[in-house]
Design a protein around this ligand. Structure first.
Ligand SMILES: [Fe+2]
Length: 76
């Protein structure tokens, strides 16, 4: 599942790069839709790992979905 998480992140990045240079609005809409699916896959993979790996939950619970300084949250 960690490999899947990495692959989903890579795919999100590939769509990000293509969206940055694609001039055709319809092509951009299709790719943005596809990228949205990859965000869901990434989130499901991450959530699975957080459920399965207590260290992941401990490390991430003070960082994710918090307002403010991300680095400061990581040092709690
Ligand atoms: Fe995916």
């Amino acid at each position: 599942m960690m490999a899947s998480l990495t692959e989903e992140a890579e795919t999100i990045g590939w769509y990000e790069q293509r969206l940055a240079v694609e001039p055709n609005a319809q092509a951009r809409a299709i790719m943005a839709n596809a990228q949205g699916e990859e965000f869901k896959h990434f989130g499901m993979d991450l959530e699975f790992l957080v459920h399965q790996k207590p260290k992941w939950r401990v490390a991430l619970q003070d960082i994710l979905f918090k307002e403010g300084d991300i680095v400061a949250h990581g040092e709690v």
